[in-house]
Every structure is written in C-alpha cells, then in structure tokens.
Design a protein around this ligand. Structure first.
Ligand SMILES: [Zn+2]
Length: 483
C-alpha cells in the first residue's frame, strides 16, 4: 500500500528525497517518511519424522488444491512465534523446531511471506474451523497436490531440494572418491585414454565415463591438484581428437574451468588451443573462459538428472527422476516426452507404455495426421520391443483405421510401420496372414528401394506365412546391397 495522506495527522504527503532511498512520500507536519506498507505473514511446510508434509484444504481458496499452513504476523510477535502459533491453531500440532527457508513477496496482496520449515511429531491433525481438510503427504506427492508454481509449491520445492535432492547430489560426488584416491596414488588405468572401436560407435574412449566422474569430483568436491588436472586434460584431448563423434562434453568443460585457475603467464595456452581445434564439428562451442557455478546446489533438477545419467550413476538418476515426476501436477506432452526419454536413459524403458498411451491421447486431440501416426508408431514399436504382440496388433489395426496412412506413404515413417508390421507377422501367427495381406502390396511397390532391416524383416515375414515372395524379396535385397 502506498500512502497519499498521513495516517497520523491526515495531511496530504509531499514527495521528498531521502538519502539513498530516492523520492519517498513525506509528512511535513509529522516530519516522517511514509514508507510503502505491506503485511508480513508466514507460510510453512510442516514436516514429520517420516518425511511427510502436512497440507490443508481451505474451500474459500480452492476445493481441489491443497495449501500450506500460513498466517499473518501479529504486532510484537517474532516470525518463529507466528509459525508455532499458526501450526497449533490450524492443524493442532506442537512445533519442535523451526527453520527459515526464504521469503516470497506476494504482490497481489501487498504481502511479504516468510517461508519456514517446521518440524513436528506425526499425529492426527486437529483442524480449526478455518480449515476444511488436512492430511499428511509423502514428500513425493506433496508438490502434485499444490497449485503449480504457487508460493506453497515453491516453498515445498525448496524444502524438498534441501532435504532430498541436495543429499543425492552430495552422494553423486562423494561416490567418486575411491576413483580419485586410486588416481592420486599414481594408477591412471581407469581414467587414461583407452581407444576402442565398434561398428556403431566408431572410435571412442573406453574410459570416458570414468574421466567424467573424476572431473566432477575434482570440480564440485573442490579437490584441486594442478598436475592431475593437466594430465586429465591431455587424456581428454586425445579422446576429443580421435573420437568419431565430435563435441565438447562436460569433461572438457569442467577440466577447462579447472585448468584456467593455473594458467598464470599463459603456460597452458597451447593446451587450450588444441582443445579449440579438436572440436572441429562445432566451431562455436569451445571457450577457454569456461564459467561454471562451483555450487552443485545451483543445478536445477534437470541438470542433476542429466549429470547423473552422464556419470552412469543410474540409481541416483532414477531417484532424481522420481522426485521430478512427483513435482509435476499437470502433465503436458513436452513433459511426457521428457519422462519417456529419461526412462530410456535410466534403463527403465518398460515404464513407458502408459506414457506413450497418454501422449497418443493428447496428440489425437490436437495433433496433425503425421504427428498422430508418429506417436502411434512409437507406441507400437514399444509393444513390439517388449513382445506384447496382441496389443501391437490391435494398435496397428486402429492406426490404419483412424489415420490417413496414404498421406505419408512416401516418407520413412511409413516404412517403419511396415517394419513393425513385419515383426508382428513373424511373432504372432494368429494374425499373421491378415497383416501380410495388407503389408505385401506395399513391399512389392517399394521392393527395389527398401533398407537393410526392412528387407530382412520383410523376408522373415514372408517366410512366416509361407509365401514364396520371400525368395523374390531376397533377390531384390541382394541387388540392393550391390548398389
Ligand atoms: Zn502527519
């Protein structure tokens, strides 16, 4: 609230320059500046010994979302005292410990909310007349019960971060200590460049992940040793210079930030030069002035998940994904796609079927023909991968019925669908003939120009139904390979 008249004598205020504060409304009569006024209140996450949070419902606020305990401070009361009083009044608990988290300005009500975490023993909640319902929520479910982005949501997220995410991040770093000790004792066998080759990956470094883990340990564990940083940097350069896939990567970024601290008189300029040149795929990316926040708690949840995945610490990544999942109350297609991709990364892909079904439902409501076919194909591919042949068959039939497949007949996506169809034919005899009758004319039409997997699977499918077209397609495949 901004004052126009003096609340003490009623006189109209003038504008007066006051020190560093700038121009402030001022009562010439009372000789007093009239600062903008706001109400101070507390908001608090009440946590018990089982890591549950007490949330309450007040129908005048919302009948669906829960809120945190909150209330306005009384004159003469400390904020901590307000917390104790409000928790007792609203849900009948005795607070044992109060911890300040952070403050939140609430512009709509000219209010400053001081956010706290209050600890109390778990017992049944006794509600005041102002409260229409309250219950204990496990940490993971609490965020989903609050309005997304509200102050209560932000506070619970901050508490969750301090109590659940930050310990996981510490674990992520501390876990690398044995590797560090091994290297410090002079054994570089797990972190030196170790060239490997395979058909899919091309040339790569078998020790890349270990070196990445050690770089995280050095950077966020604040273990700095110049000679070690220099050696790791050189090993990393060998990888960057020989790897079939170019790019900078977290290891080089972290090591660059570390090496920068020792570059007095430009003694490591030549190494930075080499790093810049090694990255020939992406000239834009490399800078020797790498700015990385040394506080690991500055990471957001997605940084944390992605780093844990990069370090191949999949159990920690999985726990972080679960925390993130619990924090989302309304899933949109972007978030579903994100979770599907995390589940793949943490090797829990079997969880994705329901998510793919959810994406399909969303895209069928507002997507175009090609988008719908693409998501439907992802679902069928998933079911094929996990041997759910009947479900895959049912979805393929519905896909044919409810989309305009002919519109995409000449793009790759259509060939992928033929490939899935061929896989179902080879593994699901009950419906094989029916599917083959649909699939075969398309294969015939495109038989001179398929791709390796589709030739192979098409031949298998023809054999599965005993169609001599298998031989013909085999010849086409041989001719195509010679091209
Ligand atoms: Zn006055």
């Amino acid at each position: 609230m901004k004052f126009t008249y003096c609340p003490h004598c009623g006189r109209e205020l003038i504008k007066k320059e006051i020190g560093d504060e700038g121009v402030i409304p001022y009562c010439e009569n009372c000789k007093t500046p009239m600062w903008d006024m706001f109400t101070t209140s507390i908001i608090c996450a009440v946590v018990n010994e089982e890591n549950e949070i007490a949330l309450l419902r007040q129908n005048y606020v919302s009948t669906t979302n829960y809120v945190c305990v909150a209330g306005v401070m009384k004159l003469g009361e400390s904020a901590e005292e307000t917390v104790v009083r409000e928790v007792k009044e609203e849900i009948g608990l005795d607070v044992e410990k109060v911890e300040y988290i952070k403050s939140y300005p609430y512009g709509k009500k000219d209010m400053l909310m001081l956010g706290f975490c209050a600890y109390a023993k778990k017992k049944e909640l006794v509600l005041s007349g102002e409260v229409d319902g309250a219950r204990w929520f496990p940490f993971a479910e609490a965020l989903g019960a609050l309005r997304d982005g509200s102050i209560a949501w932000q506070l619970v997220w901050a508490v969750l971060k301090a109590q659940q995410i930050e310990p996981l991040l510490r674990k992520l770093i501390v876990r690398q200590k044995p590797l560090y000790e091994k290297v410090v004792s002079g054994d570089f066998s797990e972190v030196c460049y170790q060239e490997q080759y395979d058909g899919q990956e091309g040339t790569y470094d078998g020790n890349y992940t270990n070196r990445l883990r050690l770089a995280y340990y050095l950077f966020y564990g604040h273990q700095e040793k110049e000679s070690l940083v220099v050696s790791l940097f050189k090993e990393e350069l060998k990888d960057r210079e020989n790897n079939s896939f170019q790019g900078i990567g977290s290891t080089l970024e972290l090591l660059t930030a570390l090496l920068g601290k020792y570059n007095q008189g430009g003694k490591y300029d030549a190494l930075f030069e080499r790093a810049g040149n090694a990255n020939f795929d992406c000239a834009c990316g490399y800078t020797r002035n790498m700015q990385i926040d040394p506080d690991i708690n500055a990471w957001d949840i997605h940084d944390a998940i992605e780093s844990a995945i990069d370090m191949w610490e999949l159990d920690i990544a999985g726990e972080l994904v679960q925390i993130w999942q619990g924090s989302v109350s309304e899933w949109d297609s972007r978030q579903i796609a994100q979770l599907i991709s995390y589940n793949k990364d943490i090797v829990l892909e079997e969880r994705n079927e329901g998510l793919l079904e959810k994406s399909l439902a969303i895209v069928r409501e507002k997507g175009n023909n090609k988008e719908i076919i693409s998501v439907w194909h992802d679902l069928i591919r998933h079911q094929v991968q996990f041997g759910k042949w009947d479900k895959a068959y049912q979805n393929l039939m519905q896909l044919r019925q409810h989309t305009k497949l002919e519109e995409i007949q000449w793009i790759n996506l259509f060939n992928f669908i033929l490939e899935r169809c061929a896989e179902i034919i080879s593994n699901y005899p009950q419906k094989a003939q029916e599917l083959w009758d649909w699939c075969k004319p398309y294969l015939r039409q495109k038989e001179d120009n398929l791709y390796s997997n589709l030739y192979k699977k098409g031949i298998d499918a023809a054999n599965a139904v005993g169609d001599s077209y298998a031989l013909e397609l085999g010849k086409k495949y041989q001719r195509w390979q010679k091209k």
